[in-house]
Ligand binder design. Sequence first.
Ligand code: AMP
Length: 274
Amino acid sequence: MPAKGRLREPSVSLLADAGLGPEEPGERALAFPCRNAPVDVLLVRAADVPEYVQDGVVDCGITGADLVRERGARVTELLRLGFGGCTLQAAVPEESPITMLEELAGAHVATAYPRLARELLDERGIAVELVDVTGSVEVAPRLGLADAIVDLVSSGSTLRTNGLRSLGALFTSEAVLIARDEGDHATRLAAILRSVVDARRNRYLMLNAPESALEEICALVPGSRAPSVLPLAEPGMVAVHALVPAADVWRLLPKLEAAGASSILLVPVERMLS
Ligand code: AMP
């Protein structure tokens, strides 16, 4: 997995949440054995992970989906990991007359992702002159090196700070678990990590409600599975327990309160095996 950069810490936390953190806490070494399981972690450049996996140096790797495509590695994506989310976007200076991706035809486009940019623009039938740069892609137009850029964006603030306007996303990326093939080791690790990744996307909801509000509350709780309904000592009152998507919670809570729910508790879920 990545030795530094934005994917390092979330990769270590994912392993730790799966019970496979470094044996020595705070480990900064470039390789460490994991706690509780016969797994050895090698820390390398995020961009090198796809080749290490493809060449069989390691059984599995964690890196950005963008880097897997950019390196052209022949590997299998086993799991999307829910962090390192970003999009590869084309952008032009604010004052550029270009307003649509298609208008990039014939333009000079700076990027640190030449292979991916070429593939994605070719798919759309847009032929450009690529200018390879390795860093600070967003200053290339100001330096007169290019008319546009293709670069990774997460919040969009770097584009704005550099006076650039997005023409749209070409590719959506996040950190992924990859393997050369779906071998035994890889499949087992993927199952362990999947239980954590799925759990992080959900919360366990508990609430009390009058029986008369049960129908409305059950209709509000998303998901296909029925919630658990338990009788309370107080006559006419029940407890409702359900798994809810973490992203929906802010919308859901006021509606549940309005429907008559009280003593609402939301707790994180550690593992989920469906
Ligand atoms: P780093 O080692 O910090 O350069 O991380 C590079 C990887 O982080 C990229 O290949 C992406 O998968 C991911 N990433 C997530 N958000 C961004 C972003 N805004 N800019 C660049 N990389 C990002």
